[in-house]
Ligand binder design. Structure first.
Ligand SMILES: Nc1ncnc2c1ncn2[C@@H]1O[C@H](COP(=O)(O)OP(=O)(O)OP(=O)(O)O)[C@@H](O)[C@H]1O
Length: 250
């Protein structure tokens, strides 16, 4: 059955009973959560709690043992990663993976090319124009012609986000986009992510920088040992005793 996702409250992403094991080890244990369209969702948990495994199951990089993933009302559980990407699930990686022999602009063009659906009508704007507008949006327009190995850390993170944006995502999964940045750089990237959220892009943020993820999120979920131990408003989640014990070690 196809859902009406034009309704503000309809979930963009529905995860139901997701379980993932590696050999005899259960990395995700019966995870169920809905994420609404336009929601800014923080995913936290101590090292090894299952955050990356969960987003790998959402993006299709890993196949779950049980459970389902619905996106825009469609069951995508059996789809490979590239078809999930075409449907609007993009991911930015903690360690940026640019094509090093290409310029910043060329890197983006690859993403745009990939996102375009074969056989579809020509886009209203030439791809280079679209790529330049994304770079401008990220504050990287002046770097369009620069080789990627000349970029600073924060510029690389922004380019990684720009590449994800070139996929024209409905859902952007940001995997530790701020790790290793200075306070002011964290704020810069955070402001960018918040502004993307304001444009109705649903964002799942995995982040160990607690202040950043709290400022960003409308809702947060904390995993521990592959299970959801808290889900709710950032203040509530952080005040949760199980979260404090598991995540903060108190
Ligand atoms: N391919 C794999 N094979 C075996 N075990 C794995 C594999 N991938 C993850 N695991 C295990 O699953 C558990 C969850 O790992 P995961 O990477 O999802 O945690 P995480 O919350 O993302 O951790 P971190 O914050 O350190 O990135 C860990 O115990 C990890 O060792």
């Amino acid at each position: 059955m196809t859902q009406d996702i034009t309704s503000v409250d309809a979930p963009l992403l529905q995860i139901d009973g997701l379980t993932k094991t590696f050999g005899g080890f259960t990395a995700l244990d019966n995870i169920s959560v809905d994420i609404k369209k336009g929601e800014r969702f923080g995913l936290i948990g101590p090292n090894g709690s299952g955050k990356t495994t969960l987003i790998n199951c959402i993006s299709g990089a890993l196949r779950q043992n049980a459970g389902s993933v619905m996106f825009c009302g469609e069951d995508i559980t059996q789809l490979p990663p590239h078809l999930r990407a075409r449907r609007g699930i993009a991911r930015s990686f903690q360690i940026p993976r640019p094509f090093k022999s290409m310029t910043v602009l060329e890197n983006l063009m690859v993403g745009l090319d990939f996102a375009s659906v074969p056989g579809a009508a020509a886009a209203a704007l030439p791809e280079e124009e679209v790529a330049m507008s994304i770079l401008a949006r990220m504050g990287l327009a002046a770097k369009a012609g620069a080789p990627t190995d000349t970029l600073s850390q924060v510029e690389l993170r922004k380019m990684e986000l720009a590449r994800a944006m070139a996929m024209r995502p409905k859902l952007l999964i940001s995997d530790e986009a701020m790790a290793g940045l200075s306070h002011s750089e964290v704020d810069e990237v955070l402001d960018l992510l918040i502004s993307l959220g304001d444009e109705d892009i649903t964002i799942i943020m995995i982040e160990h920088i607690m202040q950043a993820v709290m400022r960003f999120s409308k809702r947060m979920m904390c995993l521990d040992a592959g299970r959801i131990i808290a889900l709710g408003a950032p203040d509530e989640v952080m005040a949760n005793k199980r979260v404090q014990e598991a995540y903060l070690g108190t």
